[in-house]
Design a protein around this ligand. Structure first.
Ligand SMILES: Cc1cc2nc3c(=O)[nH]c(=O)nc-3n(C[C@H](O)[C@H](O)[C@H](O)COP(=O)(O)OP(=O)(O)OC[C@H]3O[C@@H](n4cnc5c(N)ncnc54)[C@H](O)[C@@H]3O)c2cc1C
Length: 283
């Protein structure tokens, strides 16, 4: 096996050979079979920038447009909240958006909005909601293990001389960042009525301004549609060329599912190549 680094694939030469930009200039390499594994279009700093798309469309292969997937959400925090809480985790919460969720997990407050596992899982629903409705609101359940009535009871029985922040911390176990988030959701003044406060803790509404762009998304949707491939991941329009991984038009949550789908499609395409070469070798 020979590994050639710093070879940037630039499509096909008129001869049909693969064309690469290399430190020694443009080079053509003829191959019996090719497996394209060039990634999606997210986080381009790591190398995969979707630049391959133009080479495939030039061969008549239809691609679904790239869109961010598993991305953070951009939220216009107030300046005091952003300055005090950017970098703080919201632990053991549940997120919903317009019928999607609840997704339990953690989220990280950032200067731009929210990141983290639960956010990424819900981000597709938020992206689609923004695209169809022009706006999207998250509902944050800051105590998913307590029901609303229990929270209201606990808030109602706390010592009245305690500050509201202390009552929220001691009676319901909310962290300072969770209390700050409640204030973001309610406007500056929190309701003092236990029932209204409990309602807010179970479904704090936060307006999402936008989803993070491709440059900061964990993965991308879009790419080569399955119609363009045969059952062995070979491009119908370019016999002998196979594709796998995030180049293909699918999306999945993080947590290993993306890598699993990349490995699985890579393996299936490799088996397709073996069968293709074997069929060619058979007289
Ligand atoms: C920050 C971050 C965290 C992630 N965390 C997880 C996680 O926890 N769990 C999970 O399942 N997934 C995770 N992912 C996603 C996962 O890493 C990707 O889905 C997976 O790596 C995609 O594999 P791939 O082989 O399709 O493409 P890539 O891994 O992107 O590899 C494509 C390669 O092709 C190269 N390339 C692109 N164009 C050309 C060209 N024209 N010529 C030559 N080379 C080219 C690129 O430089 C790159 O090296 C994460 C991604 C990011 C960015």
């Amino acid at each position: 096996m020979e590994l050639r680094t710093r070879h940037d694939w630039r499509g096909w030469a008129p001869s049909g050979a693969l064309m690469f930009e290399t430190p020694d200039g443009l080079k053509e390499i003829a191959a019996d079979a090719t497996l394209l594994a060039l990634g999606g279009a997210s986080w381009p700093r790591l190398g995969g920038d979707g630049g391959w798309a133009e080479h495939l469309t030039s061969r008549g292969i239809a691609l679904a447009p790239f869109a961010p997937a598993n991305m953070g959400l951009e939220i216009d925090w107030s300046a005091p909240f952003r300055e005090r809480f950017a970098g703080e985790p919201l632990k053991r919460i549940a997120l919903s958006c317009a019928g999607a969720g609840p997704v339990r997990g953690e989220a990280m407050v950032t200067a731009r909005g929210l990141e983290g596992g639960a956010v990424y899982t819900l981000s597709r629903a938020v992206r689609d909601r923004l695209a169809t409705e022009g706006e999207a609101h998250l509902r944050l359940d800051l105590r998913p293990d307590f029901d609303q009535a229990l929270i209201a009871r606990r808030l109602a029985t706390g010592p009245l001389k305690q500050s509201l922040s202390n009552r929220l911390r001691k009676a319901v176990g909310l962290s300072p960042v969770a209390v700050g988030l409640l204030r973001e959701a309610a406007g500056v003044t929190l309701p003092t009525d236990p029932a209204a406060l409990a309602r807010l803790i179970k479904a704090a509404p936060i307006k999402v301004r936008a989803v993070a762009g491709l440059e900061r998304a964990i993965s991308s949707a879009g790419g080569i549609g399955f119609d363009a491939l045969d059952d062995h991941f070979m491009l119908r329009a370019v016999p002998g060329t196979f594709a796998c991984g995030e180049m293909l038009d699918w999306e999945a949550p993080t947590g290993g599912y993306l890598l699993q789908a990349c490995f699985a499609t890579g393996r299936a395409a490799a088996e397709g190549i073996s069968a293709f070469l074997a069929a060619r070798a058979t007289p």
